[in-house]
Write a new protein. Sequence first.
Length: 342
Amino acid sequence: MNFASDTTAPAHPKVIEAIAAANDGPAASYGADETTARVRALLSNVFETEDFEFWICASGTASNALALSVMCSSVGAIACHEEAHIERDERGAPEFFTGGAKLRLLSGAVARIDEDTLRLALAKNDPGFVHETPLETLSLTNLTECGTAYSSETVSHYAALAKSAGLNVHLDGARLANALVSTGASPAQMTWQAGIDVLTLGLTKTGAIGCEIIVLFGEMRNQFDVLKARAKRSGHMPPKMRFLAAQAVAMLGDGLWLDLAAHANQKARQLADLLCAHEGVRLAYPTDGNEVFAILPEPMESLIRSGGVRCYPWPGGSYRFVTHWATPDRDLDAMRDLLAKT
C-alpha cells in the first residue's frame, strides 16, 4: 500500500522503449539531435502553437529555478503562494539561480492564491521606490501543493491582473496533466492562451524517469539564449539530451501523459471515497487530481502507521496519499481490508 508519492512509481514501459530506441548509434550532442527535434513538433501539436522555445531538464527544481532566472532580475521579487513548491521544497534554488530575487509569499485557502491578496500585493507594488523589492513575476502552481486545481479561467484572470501591473507569469506544472484532466482544459487554454509566459511542464510525476520541460511562450522566446547559458553554467545542459527527449516523445505522443494522469486521478477519487466511508474521516482539501489529503481519527492513524501503508503526514494535521499511473487495484483492496479493522 504505497501512497507515498508519484515519484515512487516506475517509469512507463513506453518511456523505457523510447530510451532504448534513442540508443541506436551516435547522435548530435546538447539537444541538436533528431529526437529533441521531435519534441519540438510534439510540443507544437500539444500546445497548438509554434511560438515557443524549450529546454529539457531532469528535475522539477532545476526547471523551476532556471525558468524563474530568466523571468525575474536579481533585485526583483516573485509572488507565489506561501505553500508553493518553489518556497517550501526547493532549498532556495529560485533565489540562488536568479542571483538574489526574493519570494513574496501570498496567502489563500487550499494552496490557491486569494484574489484579494493578489490584488493588494499588486496595488502596493512600486518599482520606483528604492527601499522596496518590486514584484516582477507571478508564479502559479497547477496542481497546487495541496492537490487542488486552478481552472484555466482563474489562471487567465490572475495572469491578466499580473500583466496589468507589469509582471510576467510563470506556471509550475509539475502535475499539469492531472490538472488538465481534472478541469477539462486543453494545454493551450491553461498556458499561453491564459497569459502564461513560461511553463515548467512536468512529466516525471506522470510516468517518465526524469523529464521536465521549460517552455518559453511568445516574447519570452527572446530569453532562450540566456536560458541556455544559465543551463550550461549551472550544469543543466545534458550532453546526451536525446535520452531526456526520448522520454518526452513517449509521454507526449498519442496523449499518453494525459491518459496516465487520468488513471492516477481516478485511483485518487476511489481512495478518497474509501477513506471517507469511515466515520470521523474528512478531506482537508478537495481531491482535484491524484492527491488525497485526509484528516483521520486517531485509531485509524495508528492502524495506518502499523499496517504498512506508506503515506506522508502533512502540515496542518492531515495525511497525504498520492496515487500514480501504476497504482494497482490490489493496493486499494488491501487498504479497504485494513480499514475494515477499525
